[in-house]
Design a protein around this ligand. Structure first.
Ligand code: FAD
Length: 391
């Protein structure tokens, strides 16, 4: 082995919300963790989208990271509101933000900035795309990581926080993401109250679900007054390749075809979109993914349990995983194996619950009568809460 090779006791691959949370919690307890991110800087790509941060996962992680008070300052007041419509534009349910802080909304980019700014100078290594990883024979649990620019380093604890197409995952499992059968088209309408008043009204102050059989619009009003949405629909994996999404008009025509017969104000979200429509396929790992403990390496977030986004849990779980892993490491000084085993046992159990829920929600959202089924589901939650209050 080359003795000049750089060594890091803890190396986290990926500066998403999960990897950054793990690094932050470790650093607050005096444990150095180096983060390697393929993007060249924090500004290379707009993070986009709103996230609701759940009290029992994402918020708990922010508390463990000593960032809860700063998080409160960036929440989108009013953003917890929700409207559920069918394709005719009939409102089946409307909720208002009661300021409960159960699931407050934040801008994903602002949340990421909060975590990035909390790390010490030099902890983040930008422009470091991991291309391969391998276990070394000695000492046990040590790994070598190679980057796209040819550099390599070794580490005693390799944490794969590198998302859906993780390069670290094959060290622990052969599981691969599979296409869920749902494709998304994503777009924005800017300055909505002024420029797109009808679409602003239909979106409401927070989140929108508009469901019609095999097609659904899932949207948010953003903190800058724009509207952001995903138009999801059941499609063959190759459908996206049959439309020239680089041609804005061709893309809009294809998207509007999916909304034939829908209410004009909902079609307006597509017809009047300011941004191009960006297409993406939704993939997921099997909900049961788990592995036998492998010394010196583990996964968190999407790398561990990529799931469809229909439970709204992925980012929350990634942060929760990051904090739980860091806390397990802190609680077991010098005993990484014990720390990872404790972390992984809980990781598999909680990921299974969320992934199963997400897959079940997906079936409801993209089914005939999905809007009414979802309204009934929310009503069921109300009854359950009532029952708990009176128990
Ligand atoms: C359309 C959509 C909507 C969603 N909505 C929600 C929602 O409302 N609420 C919610 O909780 N979740 C939502 N999710 C899920 C959420 O986005 C993910 O679960 C979350 O981002 C996972 O975080 P992560 O840190 O594990 O991975 P990521 O956010 O994917 O971060 C991984 C990081 O690793 C880097 N990386 C990747 N490969 C390499 C490499 N080879 N070398 C170095 N770096 C690498 C990437 O550049 C990235 O920065 C949504 C997902 C989608 C697709």
């Amino acid at each position: 082995m080359n003795s000049n090779i750089q060594h890091y006791p803890v190396a986290i691959i990926g500066a998403g919300l999960g990897g950054l949370t793990a690094a932050r919690v470790l650093h607050t307890r005096g444990i150095d963790a180096a983060v390697f991110e393929l993007e060249a800087s924090r500004d290379v790509r707009t993070q986009g989208g709103m996230l609701d941060i759940h009290d029992d996962t994402g918020q708990e992680a922010l508390r463990a990271a000593d960032l809860f008070d700063d998080f409160i300052k960036i929440i989108h007041s009013g953003g917890e509101a929700m409207r559920l419509l069918d394709q005719d534009g009939t409102v089946l349910r409307e909720e208002f933000d009661d300021g409960s802080l159960e699931r407050p909304e934040v801008d994903r980019g602002q949340l990421r900035d909060l975590l990035l700014d909390s790390l010490p100078e030099g902890a983040l290594h930008w422009g470091c795309k991991v291309t391969s990883v391998r276990a070394l024979d000695l000492p046990a649990g040590r790994h070598e990581v190679t980057l796209a620019d040819g550099r390599s380093f070794t580490t005693d604890l390799l944490i794969g926080a590198d998302g859906a197409w993780s390069k670290v995952r094959p060290l622990v499992t052969d599981a691969q993401p599979a296409y869920t059968g749902i494709s998304f088209l994503e777009a924005d309408l800017h300055d909505a109250d002024e420029r797109h008043p009808e679409e602003a009204v239909v979106m409401g102050p927070g989140m929108l679900f508009a469901l019609g059989g095999e097609t659904a619009i899932l949207g948010h009003r953003e903190t800058d007054g724009s509207l952001h949405y995903y138009l999801g629909h059941r499609a063959e994996e190759g459908w996206i390749d049959t439309v020239d999404f680089t041609d804005a008009e061709v893309a809009k025509t294809a998207a509007l075809r999916l909304l034939d017969g829908w209410a004009p104000q909902l079609r307006g979200l597509v017809a009047n979109a300011d941004s191009p429509l960006t297409a993406r396929r939704i993939y997921a790992l099997p909900p049961t993914v788990a592995w036998e403990h492998v010394p010196g390496v583990t996964l968190l977030g999407d790398a561990a349990h990529l799931m469809s986004p229909f439970a709204g849990e992925g980012a929350n779980l990634a942060m929760h995983d990051g904090s739980q892993l860091a806390l397990a490491i802190i609680a077991n000084p010098g005993e990484t194996g014990r720390a990872l085993a404790a972390y992984e046992a809980e990781l598999f159990a909680r990921a299974h619950v969320s992934a199963t829920e997400s897959a079940a929600n997906m079936e409801i959202i993209f089914s005939d009568g999905g809007a009414r089924k979802m309204a009934a589901m929310f009503a069921g939650h109300d009854d359950q809460r009532e029952g708990e209050l009176h128990a």
